[in-house]
Design a protein around this ligand. Structure first.
Ligand code: CO
Length: 129
């Protein structure tokens, strides 16, 4: 297994990119993911990435997160070979799923979220491939 990326919710994407660039990170790309109502900036770190997330709508999960908890680490994404199988395994083990079926996330990849209530308060995202 490996960590695909760590998702960080921010208020302003350009401000956050500047901060991370000042720390030595390099911006790879900025992408808008309409289905999740976010703008995403990817900054590689080793074989993983930091994913900075800015809400594009007030009903986005990122807007709700920032409103209730402020900016900060929002999720950890794990690479899986077969996302349907990974979801089935998690469900069979009693983990509550946010997404019963994969949806399309950043980079056009199949993604799905698990419910943080069943994963010790950590929002986990599966990313296929
Ligand atoms: Co993510």
């Amino acid at each position: 297994m490996k960590i695909d990326h760590i998702g960080i919710a921010v208020k302003n994407l350009e401000d956050a990119i500047k901060t991370f660039e000042a720390l030595g990170f390099k911006l790879e790309e900025i992408e808008e993911v309409e289905g999740q109502k976010v703008r995403v900036a990817m900054l590689p770190v080793g074989e993983s990435r930091i994913e900075l997330l800015e809400a594009t709508s007030e009903d986005s999960a990122i807007a709700k997160f920032v409103a209730s908890r402020g900016e900060g680490v929002q999720h950890i994404a794990i690479n899986v070979e077969d996302i349907e199988l990974a979801l089935k395994r998690a469900k069979d083990a009693g983990v509550k799923l946010i997404d019963e079926k994969p949806k399309i996330g950043a980079g056009g990849k199949k993604v799905a979220f698990l419910h943080p209530k069943s994963t010790h308060g950590v929002l986990i995202e599966f990313v296929e491939g």
